[in-house]
Design a protein around this ligand. Structure first.
Ligand code: MG
Length: 399
């Protein structure tokens, strides 16, 4: 690092006061979760990881300050948090940046502005932009347009193809030497000019702005699809949990035979405290197993009169609700009934429907098979019916 380079301190302003209505979320996009951390925290960490950055100013709406302070305490090491300052975000990006500007210490000479909702910014690109400012005075990260550009009329019919030679898509960071950015803001304020990015203000003030090669992965999270792309780029895997359940009940006289919530036409029925629906019990156990929540006996003890003769689909609904409350949804379940008699094939479709309903999921997520055991063992001799279930639960995408 040269002496001159050491003397020039760099800081970044992260305007993050926008609400992001295109995200279709009840929270501003910069507070949505990405790979276990809020988007804004990813962005802050990217700049903390760049040793050349001395100061990071977050321009956030006044009513979000406490929330952001709490996030910084939660995710940023105390030693690093001192580098992060809060400024009051304004109604426009321009106002937020101006406010961030005022919060920066006087000895910060190189200033970058970066969208709070561009969390995948790499240290290399930050350093390239700072290098570009030292060389040219003012720069923006941008990528050349690869797609052919079409201009359309009010009816979305193409009028012409636009020559894309020399056309770039502007990203951030954008930045300049302090006095140039100050000058650009002063001119804009004096002339009542509003720009959608910092480069527009610099251009308006006739300050030359150079291009630094941006990166496709430095995407701005604007729409729900962008969050999916960002998750893929970070290699985020859906969290899954697996569970297994097994149950067996004895066949006796004077009991109805209920399997998967369906009453089966058969002279014998299963013995048990509840309706003894062995298939549903296996699925309940698999779900509780996947959640690390013990077994059906722990949640619905047969010593409890509330469960005497109860429809086991109610128990299933309750077990699945427990999983949903922990943020999980049904991936899929595969179940096997071991039953010599009666033939169950005619009932499997309705059983499937009942179980899918109780688990708030589609039919294709539930599979039920029935097999005999070729007259071997207790199920083969018709002494009872048994069932196995495996289930995969998937963590819901956090918003
Ligand atoms: Mg049971």
């Amino acid at each position: 690092m040269s002496e001159v380079r050491c003397q020039q301190k760099a800081g970044v302003i992260l305007p993050a006061a926008g609400f992001g209505t295109r995200m279709e979320s009840d929270r501003p996009k910069q507070f949505l979760q990405l790979a276990g951390e809020p988007i804004l925290i990813h962005t802050v960490k990217a700049f903390l990881n760049c040793r050349e950055i001395h100061s990071i100013v977050l321009a956030v709406a006044a009513d979000r300050h406490e929330q952001v302070k709490a996030l910084l305490r939660q995710y940023i090491a105390p030693g690093q948090a001192a580098k992060v300052l809060l400024a009051q975000g304004g109604a426009t990006r321009q106002q937020s940046v101006q406010s961030g500007f005022n919060a920066l210490a006087d000895d910060i000479e190189l200033i970058l502005v970066h969208d709070g909702a561009r969390p995948l910014i790499r240290t290399d690109l930050i350093e390239d932009c700072l290098e570009g400012i030292r060389e040219h005075g003012a720069v923006i990260a941008a990528v050349p347009v690869n797609d052919t550009l079409k201009q359309v009329n009010a009816h979305d019919t193409i009028i012409k193809t636009i020559d894309r030679t020399g056309i770039y898509r502007a990203q951030t960071p954008q930045g300049a030497r302090r006095h140039l950015l100050e000058q650009a803001y002063q001119v804009a304020e004096r002339e009542g000019f509003t720009g959608t990015d910092e480069a527009a203000l610099l251009e308006h003030a006739d300050i030359p702005v150079a291009i630094v090669s941006g990166e496709e992965q430095n995407l701005k999270i604007t729409r729900p699809g962008d969050l999916k792309i960002a998750r893929c780029l970070l290699g985020e895997q859906p969290m899954i949990r697996i569970g297994h359940g097994f149950d067996a009940h004895r066949l006796v006289e004077d009991r109805p035979l209920i399997l998967g919530g369906e009453t089966i036409d058969f002279p014998l029925g299963l013995l048990g405290h509840s309706d003894a629906d062995v298939l549903t019990h296996a699925l309940v156990d698999a779900i509780l197993g996947a959640m690390g929540e013990g077994d059906i006996g722990k949640h619905f003890p047969d010593s409890d009169d509330r469960y005497r003769g109860i429809n086991s689909l109610k128990l299933l609904e309750h077990a699945f609700e427990l999983a949903e409350n922990k943020g999980y949804t049904m991936g899929n379940a595969d179940l096997t009934l071991l039953c010599q008699r009666p033939k169950l094939a005619p009932y499997l479709g309705r059983m499937r429907h009942n179980l899918a309903n109780a688990c708030n999921t589609g039919l294709e997520e539930i599979n039920i098979k029935a097999t005999t055991t070729e007259e071997m063992g207790y199920t083969g001799r018709g002494e009872g019916i048994a069932a196995h279930a495996v289930v995969l639960l998937q963590k819901k995408e956090s918003e």
